[in-house]
Design a protein around this ligand. Structure first.
Ligand code: GAL
Length: 431
């Protein structure tokens, strides 16, 4: 079904792109292989809005900006980053700016349901003509283009990367000190609980975690583990009952997992929680593979300093999310936006950015031979495993649904609601 929709979308995009090129009457220089020549060549400032404000995330952004500067000497990158993991602060601020008619030149948005929010609100432009101009349709996996497209074939952003959300990062020394074998594999949550008990007995934090969005991130991986990929997908298309017994069992596991976490969690963001594993204060951390960049930045090497494995019970599944960049309606410097999107979509941009970010390139032709060992496993998994959509990172559910789920999760983990209330609030969020 998806494929036939995709083929229709691709054909429509091609037609649309031809139409736009014919009408626009500019850029008559054609394809111009010379990547240092910016189309439009208007120059000026290009404000890029992200939440990659610090640490390894900023290092990823810096790597992309390095390529942008090289490819577009006439333009000046302006960093509009707003701190807060997963866009926890950025998204609200962005929404106020968009509603006030003050958009940046481009902003970061997740492929999937979150992007649809901006499309529905008519806040971003169709960039399918750029796909044609930059040769992007063939460069990205068709499934991904589908997640960036509307039914009628319009394409609304250029993806910069693909992240995997269902990863456990662990400190092998802490495991050994707790009498555990760092090479042990945990088939499901029950097997993992035994290891978590052992770490707790050793006096270390068993599972490090941070503020609400990281708890929602953990929740999605528990749902995936306990329900399996098909029923997990059913949570987003209405075919799995949020009020059902299997969801109750998963929420019980989530509650149990939260019992192994650090109590100062609500004041922390993801880098702090991952750092606890790097520093040997905690054994395990469930985090997307932007954590790989944090381990690399700390000079850690796998498998001596850290290990990683799919969240128990999710082996064979790739919990997917992708960042992408948009052309906002009313962007002050559209030629600058176009230049940024060209860099984001280029093989050079994707290689530099993803190597530093822990993710893998969205382009299938990018050279990943010098990427880290972990990243090679992600390339492998993305190519061969079942792909499901991340909740916490905009792929599975619209922003309003995610916000309601986040509120319900925070109430539950701070003791303001019980499990039955939590479950019914999750069900209500998905109505
Ligand atoms: C995700 C985003 C990643 C990473 C992470 C933590 O939503 O897609 O690129 O930045 O948040 O902030």
């Amino acid at each position: 079904m998806r494929n036939s929709r995709l083929m229709a979308a691709t054909a429509a995009a091609a037609v649309l792109a031809l139409g736009l090129t014919a009408c626009s009457g500019d850029d008559s220089e054609g394809s111009g292989d010379d990547s240092t020549m910016s189309e439009g060549d208007g120059g000026g400032e290009v404000e890029v809005f992200t939440w990659w404000a610090a640490g390894s995330e900023k290092a990823g952004l810096d790597a992309l900006v390095g390529v942008f500067d090289e490819q577009n000497p006439d333009y000046t990158f302006v960093n509009g980053a707003v701190a807060g993991g997963a866009g926890s602060a950025a998204k609200d601020l962005l929404q106020s700016r968009l509603q006030a008619g003050d958009p940046p030149d481009t902003f970061q948005a997740h492929a999937g349901a979150e992007l649809q929010d901006y499309i529905d609100a008519a806040q971003i432009e169709d960039v399918s003509d750029l796909y044609d101009e930059f040769g992007l349709t063939e460069a990205f996996p068709s499934d991904l283009v589908d997640r960036l497209s509307t039914e009628d074939g319009a394409i609304y952003s250029v993806p910069s990367n693909i992240h995997r959300a269902n990863v456990v990062w662990a400190n092998p020394t802490v495991l050994e000190d707790a009498g555990l074998d760092p090479e042990a594999e945990y088939a499901d949550m029950d097997a993992w609980f035994e290891a978590l008990d052992a770490v707790e007995e050793s006096g270390k934090t068993a599972l490090s975690i941070a503020t609400t969005w990281t708890q929602v991130h953990l929740l999605e991986t528990v749902l995936l583990s306990d329900l399996g990929a098909e029923a997990y997908n059913g949570l987003w298309d209405g075919s799995t009952d949020w009020e059902g017994a299997e969801v109750t069992a998963a929420l019980e596991d989530f509650e149990k997992l939260m019992g192994y976490t650090n109590t100062d969690r609500d004041g922390l963001d993801w880098p702090d929680a991952t750092q606890q594993v790097i520093d040997g204060q905690a054994a395990f951390n469930v985090m997307g593979d932007w954590a790989e960049a944090a381990f690399q930045e700390a000079g850690s090497e796998a498998p001596g300093d850290y290990i990683y494995f799919p969240v128990p019970g999710t082996d064979g599944t790739f919990d997917f999310l992708a960042d992408s960049f948009t052309m906002p309606v009313g962007a002050p410097n559209p030629d600058g936006t176009k230049a940024w999107l060209e860099t984001v979509g280029s093989a050079e941009g994707q290689e530099a950015f993803n190597k530093a970010k822990g993710s893998i390139p969205a382009r299938t032709d990018a050279d990943t031979s010098d990427f880290s060992e972990y990243q090679q496993t992600a390339v492998e998994s993305f190519a061969n495993d079942t792909i499901v959509s991340s909740l916490a990172h905009g792929a599975a559910a619209p922003v309003a649904t995610l916000n309601s789920i986040s509120d319900a999760t925070s109430k539950f983990t701070t003791g303001a609601s019980d499990l039955a209330t939590f479950q019914s609030e999750l069900a209500a969020a998905n109505m």
